[in-house]
Ligand binder design. Structure first.
Ligand code: DX5
Ligand code: ZN
Length: 216
């Protein structure tokens, strides 16, 4: 199933409530939260209190992408704040197996993210426990970067191994690049700048979905 996950970090933070309200009314699939600690990536973004505030006003699944050095230490905070899917990086300092188990023990769905240069094989031992794998299509840290097509073979490989798991792409997704990623086998698409720098975010989300479906 094709899902578009608007990136909260890329919304107008001053008008967050209104923006969420507008997207909810068009039936958005999930929200993507980029959490950065200024250590795993050279940027600092939103944290658990923001997730908790938005959770109070909407029922759409929350996909929380932890770009932090020690996810194991923080998964409980994000579980409590209302995350439904907790995604952490294979390249972080936390033990991968322990972190996956902790997320599941908190009653949440676990996902692992890999940076563009990381081999997809690192996720394979955990695949049975994961609901999603995030293949980064830019170096994590900033919105507004260009989509890296060089990451597509990882998606193709994973899709062959598991036809059912959600494969998410994050970074540089726009109405053109989404077709490339969908063709490779991705089905969850983070939408940042392409949506929120457009004149009509709701319309752009619809277009993204149509374009992903058009290549299947
Ligand atoms: C990078 C971020 C971004 C963001 C999406 O660390 O994770 O990829 O969500 O932003 P755009 O769509 O602008 O690349
Ligand atoms: Zn992200």
């Amino acid at each position: 199933m094709i899902k578009i996950a608007p990136s909260v970090m890329c919304m107008d933070l001053l008008a967050l409530g209104a923006q969420i309200h507008q997207l909810d009314s068009m039936g958005v699939d999930m929200y993507h939260f980029d959490v950065m600690d200024g250590h795993f990536v050279p940027n600092i973004s939103i944290g658990a209190p923001v997730v908790a505030s938005i959770k109070k006003v909407c029922n759409v699944p929350f996909d929380v992408h932890l770009m932090i050095s020690n996810p194991l230490q923080y998964v409980e905070d994000f579980a409590k704040s209302g995350a439904d899917i907790i995604c952490f990086h294979a390249e972080s300092d936390s033990d991968i197996g322990q972190t996956v188990d902790k997320i599941i023990s908190l009653g949440k769905k676990a996902a692992i993210a890999v940076k563009p240069g990381t081999d997809i094989d690192v996720v394979l031992p955990y695949l049975d426990k994961l609901s999603m794998v995030l293949v980064m299509t830019v170096e994590p840290g900033f919105g507004g970067q260009s989509f890296m097509e060089s990451t597509m073979p990882k998606i193709e490989k994973l899709r062959k191994i598991n036809p059912d798991i959600d494969i998410e792409v994050d970074g540089g997704v726009n109405p053109e690049t989404i077709k490339i990623a969908a063709k490779a086998g991705a089905n969850v698409f983070v939408a940042g700048s392409a949506v929120f720098k457009s004149e009509n975010p709701a319309k752009t989300i619809k277009l993204l979905k149509e374009n992903a479906l058009s290549v299947l």
